[in-house]
Design a protein around this ligand. Structure first.
Ligand code: SF4
Length: 320
């Protein structure tokens, strides 16, 4: 099919721009019926995923757990077949126009990377952002993809109309940890260069240090390296989360851990023996180090130009 081979060729161009290793996947163009998903038990109430599956194929990816629950492969096959929701922006526009829609904030990319290579060809994330712009709807993007710099123009316009923020996932700058756990992503320093471009353009953009891996990427010197580099790039905020392992992610991660850090395997079995989340006495000290580094490096919103929506008109009190 000539159209499909042209699409794949266009995706390869973007892979060559940002990625050291080539990502090979099957791309399935399948329309969707619904764009916005209701989310419960997370920090956000709505999510939007223009793609399903992610060619970055991180070993710790929590989406593997969703895949297992949906009866789809969560092992090495995850990320080898990507669904392209070709009509997602059109469906989103209809949903945003409903009288019942309350203009709540939407998390873009909670279950996929919205700036993975396919976005270079399909531009679905960009089209969705344009829909948010027209609807003056707040949203936040989470990504590991430097391709986002292509969309600085629409992100600027969106930031003038509603609350917008971008989070770059940068759990570590350590070369070995990155290559081993994120086989398909662009180098972390490229993400930070992209972050700087966004902040310089007036867009709120920070770093999510997630997931931090106990005993592997939680060493104080590694945490310091990320916070310092985030500060140099102008990050408006930095947050951190430690690894959690739900069924689906757990088997896959443990399998790779036993190959890549066999000395840690037993400890991880103990740490995650009681469930998906680490105990507070394990997460607390790491969060405390990151909090101290944030303070020490003065992480704050230092944008020279702060694009923001106009303030809400104040309610005038009537003199009675
Ligand atoms: S980039 Fe995000 S969505 Fe993609 S594999 Fe990695 S963790 Fe999963």
């Amino acid at each position: 099919m000539p159209g499909a081979s042209a699409s794949i060729a266009a995706i390869l161009v973007y892979e060559r721009m940002f990625y050291t290793d080539r990502v090979r996947a099957e791309y399935r163009e399948e329309p969707c019926k619904v764009a916005l998903n209701r989310v419960r038990g997370m920090a956000f109430g709505w999510s939007l995923n223009p793609y399903m599956g992610c060619v970055h194929r991180c070993t710790f990816c929590y989406v593997r757990a969703f895949e297992l629950r949906a009866d789809r492969p969560s092992d090495d096959r995850y990320g080898t077949s990507i669904r392209i929701k070709v009509n997602v922006a059109e469906v989103l526009r209809r949903e945003l126009a409903r009288p019942s829609w309350k203009h709540e904030a939407v998390a873009v990319g909670a279950a996929t990377d919205p700036y993975q290579p396919a976005e270079g060809r399909y531009r679905l994330t960009r089209s969705c952002i344009e829909a948010f712009v027209d609807a003056h709807n707040p949203f936040n993007v989470i990504t590991r993809g430097p391709l986002i710099v292509r969309d600085i123009d629409v992100l600027q316009e969106a930031s003038r109309r509603a609350d917008v923020s971008v989070n770059f996932s940068v759990p570590t700058l350590d070369e070995r940890v990155w290559c081993t756990t994120e086989p398909g992503t662009a180098p972390p320093r490229q993400r930070l260069r992209a972050l700087k471009r966004l902040v310089d353009a007036g867009i709120k953009a920070g770093v999510g240090m997630a997931p931090i891996l106990p005993g592997i990427s939680d060493k104080p010197e590694l945490l310091r390296e990320v916070v310092q580099a985030a500060r140099e790039a102008g990050a408006t905020h930095v947050w951190a989360n430690l690894l959690h392992l739900r069924p689906g992610t757990r088997e896959h991660f443990m399998h790779h851990l036993a190959e890549d850090w066999p000395e840690e395997a037993e400890r991880y079995e103990r740490l995650y023996a009681r469930g998906a989340h680490l105990r507070k006495d394990v997460t607390g000290p790491v969060q405390a180090v990151v909090a101290e580094l944030r303070r020490e490096h003065g992480i704050a919103d230092r944008r020279r130009t702060r694009l923001a929506p106009p303030p809400e008109p104040e309610q005038l009190e009537l003199a009675l």
